[in-house]
Design a protein around this ligand. Structure first.
Ligand SMILES: [Zn+2]
Length: 232
């Protein structure tokens, strides 16, 4: 899938990420990372491209610009115009429907691969619905967590074990980070109960579960029952 590999010779005015590799669906921008690693990263993205688009009911998306940063400071400076007060745990961000930034930890860890797929799933979602003002966080994050395989075992979460699952409203709160723990099972429940095409319908609606013919309350109750039966 490798089309070309180039290195800028413009030393006097070097951009922050001076190297670039382009594949069919992605352009990776980076520096100080060996070609073998970048090739493995593009293989990961290209290898999951069809699956993610099919899950989201998409035929194609805009070519995705991927920026791979070598430090947290470099990452946060690059996205400062979008996220002026980033959390300390930030490891990636989709800044548009065709642009994403990730923090490279020094090797192709499982977590880094998942973060990269997570941010691409955000980009793909935004190709369906780019109205971020009304796109509900539980769905936006849930889809990305599900597509990246970021599963957290519910039996390790006290509030899930103690029958106090978060509501969708709570998960939509910017200060509530539990979506990163339960997001996978929310979308797993959607697919199990309503079929994979429901992901597409939910994204288009921005997270309005009534498009599935179910109320908010019933959705929450049935999701928790699903998790209890499968994992608790
Ligand atoms: Zn996310």
């Amino acid at each position: 899938m490798l089309l070309f590999f180039l290195m800028s010779c413009d030393k006097e005015n070097s951009p922050p990420l001076e190297m670039s590799m382009e594949t069919v669906h992605f352009e990776i921008n980076f520096h100080d990372i060996d070609a073998e690693t970048i090739t493995a990263l593009t293989d990961e993205l290209e290898g999951n491209y069809d699956r993610i688009l099919e899950d989201l009911g998409l035929d194609t998306v805009f070519k995705t610009m991927v920026y791979v940063h070598n430090s947290y400071d470099e990452l946060t400076q690059a996205v400062d115009h979008i996220l002026p007060n980033p959390p300390s745990w930030l490891s990636g961000i989709a800044t548009g429907r065709s642009e994403m930034h990730v923090l490279y930890p020094g090797s192709l860890t499982v977590n880094f691969r998942q973060v990269t797929l997570h941010e691409f799933a955000h980009c793909a979602s935004r190709n369906l619905n780019n109205n971020m003002g009304s796109f509900q966080k539980w769905l936006f994050e849930g889809v990305a967590l599900y597509e990246a395989g970021q599963f957290v075992q519910p039996s390790t979460l006290d509030y899930m074990v103690n029958e106090q699952p978060p509501t969708l409203t709570q998960l939509n709160s910017q200060s509530d980070t539990r979506i990163y723990e339960v997001g996978y099972t929310l979308i797993e429940f959607v697919v199990d109960e309503f079929g994979s095409e429901a992901i597409h319908d939910l994204i288009v609606s921005g997270g309005n579960v009534s498009v599935l013919g179910i109320s908010f309350g019933d959705f929450q109750t049935q999701w928790y029952a699903f998790v209890q039966e499968r994992y608790l």
